[in-house]
Design a protein around this ligand. Structure first.
Ligand SMILES: [Zn+2]
Length: 201
């Protein structure tokens, strides 16, 4: 590697140590020509295997570009996108494999994107998972609502009256498939019980 100061084509390693929890090696180098010192870093290049069989280096900018399209017109900042791409990379690298299939990269985007913006998430998921009908959207939205109900109401215990309180801890919480407390969203002329009876399945 060339000396970054004088372009001398050789350098001497004077120290070498692992960094980033063993995911990288840093070398302190000295230039024999100008005597200045600099540091280099060596990491595994994470490769993404595309469906065609071609592999290419993982590229955070590519993640950002892919998500940006789904975020058009949404209140999502460049910084948030950069953090999302970082999270995706961290998640993939933490699996300890030097190569991942491209669809796993897509999967790793879904979670952080859902936390960031639900509309952008739906757009991205609709393309990525190949939604073909309104029913696909409805199913995904129902899933988002369930997540929300789980995140808010249940844990915080602030859903009053819409279902029995969990008690003193003796009774287990209801199954996750149960619809969220959605009484307010029902038409006025229908009782929650009617809707449940008329519901799918
Ligand atoms: Zn030099």
């Amino acid at each position: 590697m060339y000396c970054p100061f004088c372009r001398h084509p050789d350098s001497r390693v004077i120290d070498s140590r692992t960094a980033e929890d063993g995911a990288a090696i840093r070398r302190r180098r000295s230039c024999p020509a100008c005597g200045r010192r600099f540091t280099t870093q060596e990491t595994v290049i994470l490769m993404v295997a595309k469906r065609s069989g071609v592999t290419e280096p993982f590229n955070r900018d590519k993640i950002i570009r892919g998500v940006q399209r789904a975020c058009q017109g949404r209140p999502v900042t460049e910084d948030q996108l950069a953090i999302l791409a970082q999270r995706v990379e961290d998640a993939i690298r933490s699996r300890g494999s030097g190569e991942v299939p491209s669809h796993e990269v897509g999967l790793a985007i879904l979670g952080p994107l859902r936390e960031l913006d639900e509309v952008a998430y739906l757009r991205f998921a609709s393309v990525y998972r190949g939604f073909e009908s309104l029913a696909d959207f409805e199913e995904e939205i129902a899933g988002l609502r369930r997540e929300r109900a789980r995140d808010r109401g249940w844990v915080a215990g602030d859903t009053e009256g819409s279902r029995p309180a969990p008690g003193t801890g003796a009774s287990p919480p209801p199954p996750a498939e149960q619809p969220p407390p959605a009484a307010k969203e029902l038409p006025d002329n229908r009782e929650p019980a009617d809707r449940e009876r008329a519901g799918t399945r």
